[in-house]
Design a protein around this ligand. Structure first.
Ligand code: FMN
Length: 221
């Protein structure tokens, strides 16, 4: 009986130890974004086009950091972000599908704006499955990364009821444009993809939020 108790206690200890270590390992602090660029807002607006073919070249963590910050980074002490948000409810959750990023394992990561870090969700390159779930739009597969804009509607509808749904969709537009314009300043190209099988994409990414945009990003050819 005593041995049984010791074994169980040891097991609990091991689970705690590895769980804790695993938890720490699963988060990655991103490099600080830069706030200046050679390209003006006007030039970025002028040049912005949907780009659907990319160089076969990995992105760096600095580039990933910059794009995620532009998408939904924190820019005010009180938690304000790069996107306007109805009642500052911030319903969006941004995921990174990493395929080819220097110093980052392929996988699905959640962007944590408050810490400007990544949290591993799934250690697997899902680009092929994602392409199939988006009617074979093969730029998803060819892009070194895809940024996924998802939403937790409840955060906004709990304040605004039905009207909150339209507010969430408006915010997704702001976020997508932020990524588009940031790409232009970095020699990168992207496109907003709205045509995909909702259920399939959610299943592949292993997430609970609703997916609204898939944005493949790569170097312009
Ligand atoms: C809501 C929305 C959904 C879109 N879905 C797709 C898509 O599934 N696949 C795609 O290749 N482009 C998609 N696009 C991009 C449009 O095709 C593109 O913006 C349009 O042709 C204008 O070209 P431009 O972005 O180069 O100005 C979408 C754009 C919007 C706004």
């Amino acid at each position: 009986m005593r041995i049984k108790k010791i074994i169980i206690l040891n097991l609990i200890f091991l689970i705690f130890l590895f769980g804790e270590k695993g938890g720490k390992k699963m988060k990655l602090k991103l490099p600080k974004p830069r706030y200046k660029s050679e390209v003006s807002v006007e030039e970025a607006l002028l040049k912005r086009r949907s780009v659907r073919s990319y160089q076969k070249s990995p992105l760096t963590l600095e580039e990933v950091s910059q794009l995620l910050w532009a998408a939904y980074g924190v820019t005010a002490d009180w938690g304000g972000k790069t996107c306007p948000s109805a009642g500052a409810t911030y319903p969006l959750v941004i995921y990174l599908v990493a395929g080819e990023v220097k110093d980052l394992k392929p996988g699905v990561y959640q962007y944590l704006p408050e810490e400007h870090s990544l949290k591993l969700v799934l250690e697997k390159d899902v680009r092929k499955e994602l392409t199939a779930a988006a009617w074979q739009q093969e730029y998803i597969l060819k892009a070194p990364i895809n940024i996924i804009i998802t939403a937790n509607y409840e955060r906004t509808t709990s304040h605004y009821g039905e009207r909150g749904i339209r507010y969430v969709h408006m915010e997704v537009g702001h976020c997508g444009q932020n990524i588009h314009l940031q790409c232009e300043t970095m020699g990168l190209g992207t496109v907003v993809i709205g045509a995909f099988n909702d259920k399939e994409v959610k299943r592949i990414l292993n997430i609970k939020e609703d997916v609204l945009y898939i944005m493949p990003v790569g170097r312009k050819k």
